[in-house]
Design a protein around this ligand. Structure first.
Ligand SMILES: [Cu+2]
Length: 199
């Protein structure tokens, strides 16, 4: 998660320990700015009817694991993974991020680990997991690895794990069909066509 997305990552995870008063006040101002941006983005997401987990105040701590290097011999093999009912939530011009949902099925006997998603209409794609914390609050956070268990399905939905596209380059209209590329930790990829639908 880059610092450009303060609504999802913790905006204040690195305490400022500057002894100089001026530095402290500058730091406080920048934190306040980050928080106001986060609040504005959460409000926008709520107005879109986007999943409620996006408005959580404190993101849950999630371990981020580095993608595994791809063995070249595997890259050429077809990925035993299918995608069904892939959809992207339509957003108006004022919103520059959206969610992607689908059901992925791993037809092999080994786990398949998603490591990324890309689309020509978005600057970045992210893998998101949704978890409930000890207080019962639901929150989402970015992960670098989203496993599809061997022989099982993973449903990406508004209330669970999902994909997000950020930095949208144009508004997405309901009914559009857009190509996406899912990448896996072993260097393979899967092309998926997703249909844009109303929120
Ligand atoms: Cu999301």
């Amino acid at each position: 998660m880059s610092s450009a997305q303060p609504s999802i990552s913790s905006p204040n995870s690195q305490p400022v320990r500057q002894p100089v008063a001026l530095a402290l006040s500058l730091a406080a101002a920048s934190v306040a700015f980050v928080l106001s941006v986060a609040l504005a983005q959460n409000t926008a997401a709520a107005q879109q009817g986007h999943m409620s987990g996006h408005s959580i105040a404190e993101p849950l701590a999630v371990p981020i694991t580095a993608p595994v290097a791809a063995p070249l011999s595997v890259s050429a093999a077809a990925l035993p993974l299918t995608a069904q009912n892939a959809t992207i939530v339509a957003v108006p011009p004022s919103i520059t991020e959206t969610s992607v949902f689908m059901t992925l099925r791993n037809t092999s006997s080994k786990p398949i680990v998603l490591s990324g998603v890309t689309s020509a209409v978005a600057a970045q794609g992210m893998l998101m997991i949704t978890r409930r914390d000890a207080q019962g609050r639901t929150g989402m956070s970015e992960t670098r690895a989203l496993p599809v268990p061997a022989g099982r399905s993973l449903t990406l939905s508004a209330t669970g794990d999902h994909l997000m596209l950020t930095g949208l380059k144009r508004p997405l209209k309901a009914g559009e069909r857009l190509p996406l590329t899912l990448r896996t930790s072993d260097g393979r990829s899967l092309k998926v066509t997703a249909v844009v639908r109303k929120p």
